[in-house]
Design a binder for this molecule. Structure first.
Ligand code: NAI
Length: 209
C-alpha cells in the first residue's frame, strides 16, 4: 500500500505507468526490464525503480517487472477497481463531451447522474443517462449518496453548487471551472483540469525550441 509521504510528482506519474502497462498487456507482453520500460516511457530506469519502490518495489532482480502484475498493483494503488458514485453537473458542451467520452468505469468511478439547470435539456440522454433538473439534486444525493462530482458549469455557479454538494457528502471534485475549491474546502479531494494551461505549456515549449 502507498505510504502517506509519497510525493505528488510520483502520484502524478502513476496514471502514465498504468496507461503504458495497459498497452503492453494488450499487446501480449508478459515482462519488461526497468531499462526497457524507461525507454518506452521516457523516464530514467532509476526514476522508475525509485517511483515503484515507494509502493514496495514489484520488480525482481534479473527478471524485471511482470507486466500484468505491475498493471494490477498500480491499478489498485490508483483505486481503479473502486466504483465511486459520481454525478456530473452542467450538461453543456463540455459536460456532454466529458460524460460521453470518459471511461469512468475503467478509472474507478461510476457515473450515476447528470444534472443541469436548463429545463430544455431535461430527459435528454447522455451516455444512456437522462439529464436531470438541478432542483432534484438534493433528493437524488440523499437517495444515492454519490461521493464525487464533476463540475462543468460556469465558474460563477460553482461556489453555490460546491457548497450544496459538500453538504450532501461529496468528497471529491473533478473541477473544470476556475472556482478554487481547495481554498474553500481543504478537506475534500480536488483535481483541477485546465486544458488552456496545457495549451499554454505547449506554447512555451514551441517558443523555446
Ligand atoms: P455551456 O454553456 O455549454 O454549458 C454550461 C452548462 O451548465 C449549461 O448547460 C448550463 O445550463 C449549466 N449550468 C449553469 N449553471 C448551472 C447550475 N447552477 N447548476 C446546473 N447547471 C448549470 O459551457 P461549456 O462550454 O460546457 O463550459 C462549461 C464550463 O467549463 C465553463 O465554466 C467553462 O469555462 C469551463 N471550461 C473549462 C475547460 C477546462 O479545460 N477546464 C474547457 C472548456 C470549458
Amino acid at each position: 500500500m502507498p505510504k502517506n509521504d509519497v510525493s505528488l510528482s510520483v502520484i502524478k506519474r502513476l496514471p502514465r505507468y498504468y496507461r503504458f502497462l495497459g498497452e503492453m498487456k494488450k499487446n501480449g507482453l508478459q515482462r519488461i526490464s526497468s531499462s526497457e520500460l524507461s525507454k518506452r516511457m521516457g523516464f530514467t530506469a532509476s526514476q522508475i525503480r525509485q517511483d515503484l519502490n515507494c509502493f514496495g518495489g514489484f520488480g525482481q532482480q534479473g527478471y524485471g517487472y511482470n507486466v500484468s502484475q505491475l498493471y494490477a498493483e498500480i491499478g489498485k494503488i490508483l483505486g481503479v477497481n473502486k466504483k465511486a458514485k459520481t454525478v456530473l453537473i452542467g450538461a453543456g458542451n463540455l459536460g456532454r463531451a466529458v460524460a460521453a467520452h470518459m471511461s469512468f468505469e475503467e478509472r474507478g468511478f461510476n457515473l450515476i447522474g447528470i444534472f443541469d439547470r436548463n429545463e430544455a435539456l431535461a430527459g435528454q440522454l447522455v451516455r444512456g443517462l437522462p439529464i436531470r433538473q438541478i432542483s432534484g439534486l438534493y433528493d437524488f444525493c440523499r437517495e444515492n449518496a454519490p461521493t464525487v462530482a464533476v463540475l462543468c458549469i460556469p465558474s460563477e455557479s460553482a461556489a453555490e453548487v460546491t457548497q450544496e454538494l459538500v453538504n450532501l457528502g461529496v468528497k471529491g471534485f473533478w473541477n473544470f471551472t476556475h472556482y478554487d475549491i481547495s481554498a474553500n474546502y481543504p478537506g475534500v479531494a480536488v483535481e483541477n483540469v485546465h486544458l488552456s494551461d496545457s495549451l499554454m505549456t505547449l506554447s512555451y515549449h514551441l517558443n523555446n525550441l
